[in-house]
Write a new protein. Structure first.
Length: 211
């Protein structure tokens, strides 16, 4: 398939293109120097910005956490909704959009990829099911293991290599893209009414923080 995007203001920082008015030729999903205009689909981008798709590396879009939010904010479903059209499905938005609306709105903003940054390992299947339901955009998730007991126990006992192997296995088993480590031991401390403010704070049941 050939595509020609004409007369747009192109921004491509890597290649030093800063708002130049130009055409973009695409063949079989790749940008090329030129295409046969007689065979190509032509899009008139006059007055519009053409740029690489945005990547959001931190957005909570799937899993139990967002479903809890949807339950807590049912009024959002009435406040902001999208009707079904010939090419899109109905959905709701506002603070926590439904899966279809999430994909549609990210695409409208120019994003092509969104990464969900907090997937509890035990909720991996649920999270991936929701990610698969989001249309148009590419997406992936980071297993949240900064308070995973296996990890905390390995670190407490100084078993660094065993911890690394476990984390590698967890990424594969949960089909994660990377890992999320934020405030290690913090959730464990919060469960006992405490907080972790520095790397030397005590984590209940595990002693010093995960350093």
């Amino acid at each position: 398939m050939e595509l020609l995007i004409r007369n747009g203001f192109v921004y491509d920082p890597i290649n030093g293109v800063n708002g130049e008015k130009m055409d973009i030729a695409v063949k079989d999903g790749k940008i090329v120097e030129k295409v046969n205009e007689n065979n190509a689909k032509i899009i008139n981008a006059s007055g519009m910005i053409v740029m690489p798709g945005g990547v959001d590396i931190h957005s909570h879009i799937a899993g139990g956490k967002v479903n809890s939010g949807r339950i807590l904010r049912p009024e959002d479903h009435f406040k902001d909704f999208e009707r079904k059209t010939s090419i899109t499905r109905s959905g709701v938005g506002y603070s926590i959009p439904s899966t279809f609306t999430t994909g549609y709105r990210y695409a409208r903003m120019g994003y092509t990829t969104v990464m969900d940054p907090a997937m509890p390992p035990l909720e991996a299947k649920h999270t991936h099911e929701e990610l698969s339901d989001i249309p148009i955009i590419d997406k992936a998730s980071y297993p949240l293991i900064g308070d995973w007991w296996f990890v905390l126990e390995y670190l407490r006992d100084g078993k660094i290599e065993e911890c690394a192997r476990h984390v590698a296995w967890m990424i594969k088993a949960a089909k994660g893209y990377a890992i999320k480590v934020v405030n290690p031991g913090g959730l464990e401390a919060w469960g006992f009414g405490h907080n972790v403010c520095s790397i030397d704070d005590q984590v209940p049941n595990f002693g010093d923080n995960t350093t």
